[in-house]
Design a protein around this ligand. Structure first.
Ligand code: NAD
Length: 461
């Protein structure tokens, strides 16, 4: 019999070939998934935290056994070079393990009540959680909701991105094999399926990682129902290059920040404020490094630059570059799509960018470093702090004074001094301005997915 159920095509962005077709669950599928999660939620909430943690540890071990398969699947569907996908998959599994350790330790506290009373605060699972996952680093990202929600006794419905659903679906199926039926349900579908989940009356908390425009819609829908939403959204991260740093080293930092995953990281370096004294050697070194990248299929170990996720994303990058150059920016490397199969774009370095250009104001999410020269650290700091986003920022400086000013004054969730990547475990950052709401990572996520209940108890007379 020929199935007439709607499906979504999953395409290899490196060559445009069809990888797979997945069901488009729609409102009906969303309702079924939420019903299954609701059915499972009560029993899972009553399962001892140590037992839940043990199940998560077994699930993490099972994921680790299939880590290579997950990484390859992810690279094929989202174009990320295989070595980077391996890192992302390992990070996602590590996150689940961290929550398995933290879950049983996450409790309430006693309160200072009257002598004859017992007063305390409990943390309880909210019930049914929904996680809406993006495509750019999906296995790493889904580890957070899976680990935090399941460790605290919530049931979880995961909806991966329609643009790269396969690795997340497989990871969730593996984890689901280690917990009671319905505790973790993955369903594939597009924005309409996501919308149906968010609007479902039986959903108690929504964790959305994705774009600002979708985040606004999710927040509005949650607001109508007065349901908690935790939003980890897009950014337009600045990089400040101070006058006293080695321009060659700074260019290495900028290249990694702007071109890793073809610029498709929420905390990619998207705008660069460089002191005019180091502008020339910095821009030249960055252009040289861009030229050293090797575009190619992500499964080929020689490739260091994958494709963009699809034509829609490539068109945004092209439009931002075109508009900037028409308004006076100068291309010092790249600037164009790479013709042929797949959605490749040259790593691109622009100088003479201005803050009124979209390339300096809106998330580009592509392999572009747009540079503006500044005359002072003050000027750089003011420019970096402007705009609608507040996800993260990096400052390269040898001046402790400037470093301290930056970490105090920038309205962002994460400030990095002298390293575009990295950070200690446990860093729950709160995105500022339009970049999100709440804390989607780290130990604080355990608080977000639980509700605090206060108990006052005295003996009967
Ligand atoms: P997106 O918001 O378009 O999609 C994310 C998920 O939401 C997908 O599963 C999608 O189907 C679903 N969705 C779309 N519209 C919806 C709606 N109206 N209601 C409910 N669900 C809906 O984001 P994307 O394009 O997949 O991901 C790229 C974006 O994610 C970039 O902006 C990037 O910066 C951001 N991102 C942020 C972080 C972070 O931690 N801050 C991490 C990774 C990516």
């Amino acid at each position: 019999m020929i199935s007439t159920a709607p499906t979504l095509d999953v395409v290899d962005p490196a060559d445009g070939t069809l990888l797979d077709r997945v069901p488009d669950a729609g409102a009906e599928g969303a309702a079924e998934a939420v019903a299954a999660a609701r059915e499972a939620a009560r029993g899972w909430a009553r399962t001892a935290p140590a037992e839940r943690a043990a199940a998560l540890k077994r699930a993490a071990a099972a994921l680790r056994e299939r880590a290579d398969e997950l990484a390859e699947l992810q690279s094929r569907e989202n174009g990320r070079p295989l070595a980077e996908s391996r890192g992302g998959v390992a990070a996602g599994i590590g996150t689940i393990e961290e929550y398995a350790h933290l879950g049983p330790l996450h409790g309430g506290r006693t309160l200072a009540g009257a002598w004859e009373a017992a007063d305390f605060a409990l943390r309880e699972p909210r019930g049914v959680a929904v996680a809406l996952v993006p495509w750019n680093d999906p296995v790493a990202i889904v580890g957070g909701p899976v680990g935090a929600c399941l460790a605290t006794g919530n049931a979880l419905v995961v909806k991966p991105s329609e643009r790269a659903p396969l690795a997340v679906r497989l990871a969730c199926e593996i984890v689901a094999g280690h917990v009671p039926e319905g505790v973790l349900v993955a369903l594939t579908g597009g924005p309409a399926t996501g919308r149906a989940l968010v609007e479902h009356p039986e959903v108690d908390v929504v964790l959305h990682t994705g774009s600002v425009s979708t985040g606004r819609e999710v927040a509005a829908a949650c607001g109508r129902r007065l349901v908690k939403a935790v939003l980890e959204l897009g950014g337009k991260d600045p990089l400040i290059v101070d006058e006293d740093v080695d321009p060659e080293w700074a260019a290495g930092q900028a290249a990694s920040g702007a071109f890793a995953n073809c610029g498709q990281v929420c905390t990619s370096v998207e705008r660069v404020y460089v002191h005019e004294r180091v502008l020339e050697p910095f821009a030249a070194a960055l252009a040289r490094r861009a030229g050293e990248l090797v575009p190619g299929h992500p499964i080929d170990a020689r490739s260091t630059l994958g494709p963009l996720i699809d034509e829609r994303q490539r068109a945004i990058v092209e439009e931002h570059v075109r508009e900037a150059t028409a308004a006076g920016a100068e291309v010092v490397h790249g600037g164009s799509r790479i013709d042929g199969a797949g959605f490749f774009h040259e790593p691109t370095v622009l100088v003479e960018a201005r803050d009124d250009m979209r390339i300096m104001r809106e998330e580009t999410f592509g392999p572009v470093a747009a540079i503006r020269a500044v005359r002072s650290f003050d000027e750089a700091l003011a420019a970096a702090d402007a705009g609608e986003y507040g996800l993260a920022a990096t400052v390269l400086t040898r001046s402790q004074r400037n470093a301290q000013r930056a970490l105090r004054e920038l309205r962002v969730g994460t400030v990095k001094i002298n390293a575009v990547w990295g950070g200690a475990p446990g860093g729950s950052a709160e995105p500022r301005k339009s970049s999100g709401l709440g804390m989607g990572y780290g130990p604080a996520l355990l608080d977000e997915v639980t509700a605090q209940k206060v108990v006052h108890m005295v003996p009967a007379p």
